[in-house]
Design a protein around this ligand. Structure first.
Ligand SMILES: Nc1ncnc2c1ncn2[C@@H]1O[C@H](COP(=O)(O)OP(=O)(O)OP(=O)(O)O)[C@@H](O)[C@H]1O
Ligand SMILES: [Mg+2]
Length: 147
């Protein structure tokens, strides 16, 4: 689908947020500056609004690799793995090791090879108009036919 504005991206993030449950996983795939963090910010702020807590800043975890958000009933872990150089470093992060109930949102998930688990992939591409984006959803498990 074509995303023609930030408002439209925000509505999509709401729709996805309504189906999100603890321990779900979202991969955000696309070039630098295409809108992965912007989508994540909308998603987290909408989830905060939905549960009636204050919205917080949602900054890019470019240098920290991870920012965590504590919502009432679950945690959200927002990763940006752009700086990872090799697969080994992934293991140190333990993204999928911990059995914790957390929603995981991952920008630049290139090193993550496990293909069996359930996830929603959001592919973002630049379009001709500078404020438009082509967006594709590819889901497995409960996300399979989500659109
Ligand atoms: N339709 C749109 N969807 C998403 N972002 C848009 C759109 N139109 C304009 N933008 C702008 O594009 C920029 C996207 O930046 P953002 O930090 O979200 O990208 P990113 O994919 O996370 O980059 P990085 O790979 O560096 O983490 C923002 O400044 C946002 O306002
Ligand atoms: Mg980003």
């Amino acid at each position: 689908m074509i995303i023609k504005s930030l408002e439209q991206l925000n509505s999509l993030s709401k729709k996805i947020g309504d189906k999100l449950e603890e321990s779900d996983c979202i991969f955000l795939i696309g070039e630098i500056g295409v809108g992965k963090t912007t989508f994540t910010r909308f998603l987290i702020n909408n989830l905060q609004k939905k549960e009636g807590t204050k919205t917080t800043d949602v900054l890019s975890p470019t240098f920290n690799l991870l920012y965590e958000y504590d919502l009432k009933n679950y945690k959200i872990m927002h990763y940006d793995l752009y700086r990872l150089k090799e697969e080994k470093e992934l293991n140190n992060l333990g993204i999928f090791k911990e059995n914790q109930k957390a929603i995981k949102i991952i920008e630049w998930p290139n090193f993550i090879k496990i293909s069996k688990f359930e996830k929603l992939e959001i592919h973002l591409d630049y379009a001709k108009n500078e404020n438009n984006r082509n967006l594709r959803l590819m889901g497995t498990g409960k996300w399979k036919n989500f659109e």
